[in-house]
Design a protein around this ligand. Sequence first.
Ligand SMILES: Cc1cc2nc3c(=O)[nH]c(=O)nc-3n(C[C@H](O)[C@H](O)[C@H](O)COP(=O)(O)O)c2cc1C
Length: 310
Amino acid sequence: MKILAISGGTKNGGNDAMCKEALKGAKEQGAEIEFIRLLDLNIKPCTGCTACVQAIQSGRGNMCVLKDDFDWLLDRIFDADGIIYSIPIFEKGATGSFRTIMDRFGPRMDRGHQILATELAKKGGKPVDPRFLQDKVVSFMAVGGSEWCTSVQCDFGIHALTPMWKIINNEVFSWSLGIAADDEKIARAHEIGANIAKAAANIENAEYKGDKGVCPHCHCRNFYITSENTKAICCLCGIEGNIVIVDNQVRFEFPEEQLAHAHDTMEGKFIHANDIKVNTARALEKMKTDAFKKRLEEYKAFITSSLPEK
Ligand SMILES: Cc1cc2nc3c(=O)[nH]c(=O)nc-3n(C[C@H](O)[C@H](O)[C@H](O)COP(=O)(O)O)c2cc1C
């Protein structure tokens, strides 16, 4: 069983320390271990060209047109049974480098797309790496220099739901400059490492070990509060429900049928994929109109970018 730790921090900084301590914990549980620092890699931002989606949907397999270290990283990730990320908190959320990984994962690495590609391969399409469909466990640690940390666990959860990895721990370490000197936080990293190794050894029965949060489905504490009475949407799983106060405690309640729409379930993913299909077909029709083409021509003639266009 293999555990890979990925640090999003500076060389020998707090996030490296948290990863290495977690790996010590994993190694004690018998795991083979690997460590990667994200900033050592050349990973370009997703341009949104959607070539990956078009390739998967037309049976041409799983690919990205960008040539950089991302496929090397994917290979390391899919060689492991469990992943631990330690990522600095920037502007209350995950760093841009982590968000680039998130963007490069989805929709290319979405579990629904891997299933579709595997089905298409049976009819003569190009097969995808079978490891992309293997179950995996993941834990996240967010290291912050202050207490500004309110979006980061939600960012982490969104990354996990693309390939449908099971989250074991998702924890924030606030006021953590010089974290390597903090015995309690280091001990917690060790425990998180041991937890992921135990979970990776028995993925089918692995259970979430973190804070129970507010959303009863995904443990998220972030909600989009609408203007319709108490209606709110969970920012992570997308379930629509109501924020209510019970025994002086905030609760998120929703009808049972909402579970089918949760973004981290296969059913929810297929509902979303179908919504995209229907709306894309509508948009493509509009894009064939003369009015659309004329407006685009007007924009092109109106102004061009200050930099030479690529
Ligand atoms: C651009 C930038 C934004 C930051 N924003 C936050 C923040 O919103 N909340 C927070 O707790 N720390 C913030 N920090 C502090 C970093 O989280 C901290 O420097 C980092 O965890 C150190 O990691 P390292 O030692 O592994 O490099 C910020 C730092 C930088 C450079």
